[in-house]
Design a protein around this ligand. Structure first.
Ligand code: 5GP
Length: 145
């Protein structure tokens, strides 16, 4: 699939669209999902231009998973959900709505349904407060990964 440089995550990466940033390193960026399915829903994206997992380099795939693991640890520490899902969709048939590769980190609580996917925009102040708590719990790491 050819990469659309005007997708919203590409715009976020080049500073042409805003995001509530949680973490950034050389290869990845983490920010709050603006239409979260649960409190603390994060997105991990590579800086590399890849729409789906099939175009992603092995280096970027590894970097995204390392960052996703740290994101899950930070969410677990900050918000203490009993469960966390990591999810990643490839293609509209799989539910992908933004054509830049990304991993979702979504807190789960038993018996609590997820909010519908990419539907309801969250209050920005609430997202900023959640981001601050997750940033404060981000695990120590080598800047390179
Ligand atoms: P997908 O449907 O591609 O698996 O996930 C895309 C995700 O991006 C959805 O969860 C949706 O809520 C989120 N999203 C869509 N547009 C924006 C945006 O402009 N900013 C942020 N932070 N998230 C977005």
């Amino acid at each position: 699939m050819s990469y659309d440089p005007n997708n919203v995550f590409a715009k976020i990466l080049r500073g042409a669209a805003p995001c509530i940033k949680v973490f950034e390193n050389q290869m990845t960026l983490v920010f709050m999902d603006i239409m979260p399915q649960a409190d603390g829903h994060l997105l991990i994206i590579p800086k590399e231009s890849a729409s789906q997992i099939f175009e992603l380099s092995e280096g970027a795939a590894a970097a995204c998973m390392l960052t996703a693991r740290k994101a899950a640890i930070a969410v677990k520490t900050a918000l203490k959900p009993p469960g966390i899902i990591l999810a990643q969709a490839n293609g509209s048939a799989a539910g992908q709505t933004v054509p830049h590769y990304h991993i979702h980190v979504i807190p789960r609580h038993s018996g609590v349904f997820l909010a519908p996917h990419a539907t309801q925009q969250e209050d920005m102040e609430k997202l900023k407060q959640l981001a601050e708590r997750i940033i404060a719990a981000w695990p120590e790491c080598d800047e390179s990964n």
